[in-house]
Ligand binder design. Structure first.
Ligand SMILES: O=c1[nH]cnc2c1ncn2[C@@H]1O[C@H](CO)[C@@H](O)[C@H]1O
Ligand SMILES: [Zn+2]
Length: 363
């Protein structure tokens, strides 16, 4: 029987995560340790449990701008090579323990230079942590380097992505407050990456609507959309047959991956609830939807828990969860052969085993 997925079984499924921020997933106990070691004195509390609660409550503001304010504490303690390597190592360990087999984790190198590290030192420290954590815990982790959209360092960060492309940096991204900072502000960086045959995703359609998505795709050439939830504004739901506008049609026709992050979207006000999250409609319409965590600390979540919430809200079964996972693996920035190998060698067999583990033996 194709049994209903439980949280425990979902944890054992071989999962793929494309949208997860390194500075949004630090363990509370590690933040406390690093703050003590570095003399960072601004933490709201030094009790790890209280700190965990503080992050998830402070992130429930309904505004992306306010949500982003909480990052000052994680970024504040990630200012040495040792701290960056430790956080990356633990990230690989935590994701592996949640059953993630392939992840792309992003962070903004420019935010980690306040005590004098160079961008290169930051990138190398993070790569070191992921290489070791990946090896020890059996997970493949690629990194995306992010440029902050309100700053003006995207060209430098794009160059960094290209320089380290063979060492574990698999792509580029822009993040930060979306309203007032359109993707075209960084057009030179995106054009440079295209000339270099490099991959990039853009946070778009989260804190701002269709114009941001349109620019990300049609001006900047994004391979994927970070969130992209507001594509729903270009879909008219009236009766049984939803009508897609030209942009929504384009996104679906071109199979442009949507990196959806349900819990985060509720915290920032991009969606009202899990049950009303556009992911339900977009999945029914067969957009290239993927499921992600965004910030495990701020959202108090894991990839397994995001899947569980969708199972509860939409009644998804193993076939749906496998579909999201294969979508994610197809959309990864890893080389084609690696993607195929993971889909056919790891994901499909892993889901097949779980799918049929509740089966009654034939009499
Ligand atoms: O959902 C999001 N939307 C936009 N920006 C974000 C989101 N989550 C995190 N960051 C921003 O990305 C930086 C690098 O990881 C974080 O420091 C945060 O400012
Ligand atoms: Zn994000």
């Amino acid at each position: 029987m194709n049994a209903r997925p439980t949280l425990d079984a979902i944890r054992r499924a071989p999962k793929v995560l494309l949208h997860d921020h390194l500075d949004g997933g630090v363990r509370p106990a590690t933040i406390v340790d690093l703050a003590r070691e570095s003399g960072y004195g601004d933490l709201p509390t030094t009790d790890p449990d209280n700190l965990r609660t503080w992050f998830s409550e402070a992130s429930n503001s309904g505004s992306l701008e306010r949500y982003l304010e909480t990052f000052s504490h994680t970024v504040g303690v990630m200012q040495s090579t040792e701290a960056l390597t430790r956080v990356a190592y633990e990230c690989a360990e935590d994701l592996a323990k949640d059953g993630v087999v392939y992840a792309e984790v992003r962070y903004a190198p420019e935010l980690h230079t306040s005590t004098g590290l160079s961008l290169e030192q930051v990138v190398e420290a993070v790569l070191d942590g992921f290489a070791r954590g990946g090896r020890d815990h059996g997970i493949r982790v690629g990194t995306l380097v992010t440029a902050m959209r309100h700053q003006a360092r995207s060209m430098e960060i794009a160059e960094l992505a290209v320089r380290y492309r063979d060492a574990g940096v698999v792509g580029f991204d822009i993040a930060g407050a979306e309203a007032g900072y359109p993707p075209t502000r960084h057009l030179d960086a995106f054009e440079y990456l295209q000339r270099e045959n490099a991959h990039f995703t853009i946070h778009a359609g989260e804190g701002f609507g269709l114009p941001s998505i349109w620019q990300a795709i049609q001006w900047c050439g994004a391979d994927r959309l970070g969130h992209g939830v507001r594509i729903i504004d270009d879909i008219e739901v009236d009766g049984d047959a939803p009508r897609l506008g030209r942009l929504a049609d384009y996104v679906r026709d071109k199979r442009i991956p949507l990196e959806m992050c349900p819990t985060s979207n509720i915290q920032t006000g991009a969606a009202k609830s899990i049950a009303e999250h556009p992911i339900g409609l977009l999945r029914r319409l067969s957009f290239r939807v993927t499921v992600n965590t965004d910030n495990r600390l701020m959202s108090g979540t894991t990839l397994s828990e995001e899947f569980m919430k969708l199972v509860d809200a939409f009644g998804y079964g193993w076939d749906d969860l496998q579909w999201f996972t294969v979508n994610a693996m197809k959309s990864a920035f890893a080389p084609f052969n690696d993607r195929l190998e993971l889909i056919n060698g790891v994901i499909k067999p892993g889901f097949a085993q779980l799918k049929w583990s509740g089966a009654r033996p034939l009499a």
